[in-house]
Design a protein around this ligand. Structure first.
Ligand SMILES: NC(=O)c1ccc[n+]([C@@H]2O[C@H](COP(=O)([O-])OP(=O)(O)OC[C@H]3O[C@@H](n4cnc5c(N)ncnc54)[C@H](OP(=O)(O)O)[C@@H]3O)[C@@H](O)[C@H]2O)c1
Length: 327
């Protein structure tokens, strides 16, 4: 009775449950197998993890490589875009220059057109020709005038000069009389109020600007003693001496060269005559710029009142007072 009997139940009781007990060899082996099994399972899951990590690493590497390729191709695209922006900027600069040249050409043509027929020489002659069409095409392709501007030109008379002679191989000149305005606008304009912005706007929409009080309206009854007198401006006097023309003629020529129609008033026959003699000289670009620089937005043809010892525009506070606007 004192010895414990070995029964099958001893298999169920775990040896480590009894302290100091040495496990029988069979049980140890199972445990070792279990432990190996556990470790293998653990290793398997680690391997699986390594595999996942490896795959992710691969994916990251591939996307990095793809990203690098994209960076390279984006850099190329960027360089190409820079080039095209550069060439577009150059194009814009050239167009702006051409535009300025065209405006000057047009202004010149207008100035000449007001007094003369224009003569276009050297334009090839066709057998059955429409001279107006030829001039329009010349303006479009040679003078590079915008189509809108050409469409706004009214041709009064266009024809080849002289009779056609078979022995003469050179094209006959084309004579044209035209103007290109659609509307007219009349405002106060003189060197002290040169209306640069309004003039530019009028040109852009083919409106002819007419200057009233073009000489500064020296005899206006409301002129105060301290107001400047345009015709006596010493800078004008210097140009006048140099050009051997009167200050009034210099101002009228300035209007003319800007393409502005002007309506000077005089009750003096000699002055009326003088004011017509402005087509036989030209102001240099420098003199034009000098006269342009006189502008100080000085309006003479606005009723004024005295307020706190100062002359101010009488109706400036009226909601419809027009002269606060640029134009
Ligand atoms: N649409 C509008 O709202 C409006 C407004 C104002 C004026 N206007 C019109 O614009 C025209 C002219 O305006 P404005 O009379 O005010 O000013 P203006 O023509 O600028 O100046 C007229 C003054 O200049 C003098 N003058 C003319 N030619 C001269 C010359 N060669 N040498 C020296 N002095 C000369 C005139 O003197 P003399 O006469 O003594 O020779 C007069 O004193 C007028 O027909 C007027 O009806 C229109």
């Amino acid at each position: 009775m004192g010895k414990p009997s070995k029964t099958p139940t001893s298999k169920r009781s775990r040896p480590e449950d009894s302290p100091g007990h040495v496990s029988p060899p069979g049980t140890s082996f199972t445990e070792i197998l279990d432990s190996i099994d556990k470790r293998l399972t653990c290793l398997d899951s680690r391997l699986a993890l390594v595999e996942v990590l490896h795959r992710e690493f691969q994916t990251i590497r591939e996307s990095l490589e793809f990203g690098q390729q994209q960076v390279v191709s984006l850099a190329k695209e960027n360089a190409a875009l820079r080039e095209s922006v550069k060439s577009l900027t150059n194009g814009v600069v050239n167009l702006t220059r051409e535009n300025r040249c065209m405006k000057e050409t047009m202004l010149d043509l207008q100035a000449k057109s007001t007094r003369d027929n224009l003569v276009f020489a050297g334009i090839p002659e066709k057998t059955e020709e429409d001279p107006e069409g030829t001039i329009k095409s010349f303006m479009e392709h040679q003078l590079k005038l915008p189509t809108d501007t050409i469409n706004n030109i009214t041709f009064h008379r266009v024809h080849r000069l002289g009779a056609k002679k078979p022995e003469n191989k050179r094209p006959r000149p084309i004579v044209a009389k035209f103007d290109h305005y659609k509307q007219k606008e009349q405002v106060e304009c003189h060197p002290y109020l040169s209306q640069v912005d309004l003039l530019a706007h009028c040109r852009s929409v083919a409106v002819c600007l007419t200057a009233y009080s073009p000489l500064g309206s020296g005899d206006r009854p409301w002129a105060s003693a301290d107001e400047p007198c345009l015709l006596q401006d010493h800078r004008l006097g210097e140009i006048s001496k140099r050009c051997h023309k009167t200050p009034a003629q210099i101002i009228l020529r300035w209007h003319l060269q800007r393409g502005v129609v002007c309506i000077p008033k005089s009750v003096t026959p000699s002055r009326i005559q003088q004011n017509l003699q402005v087509f036989d000289f030209t102001l240099s670009e420098q003199d034009m710029k000098l006269i342009d620089s006189f502008s100080c937005s000085n309006r003479f043809i606005v009723p004024t009142v005295e307020m706190d010892g100062k002359r101010v525009w009488r109706d400036a506070a009226h909601p419809h007072f027009p002269f606060h606007d640029l134009y």
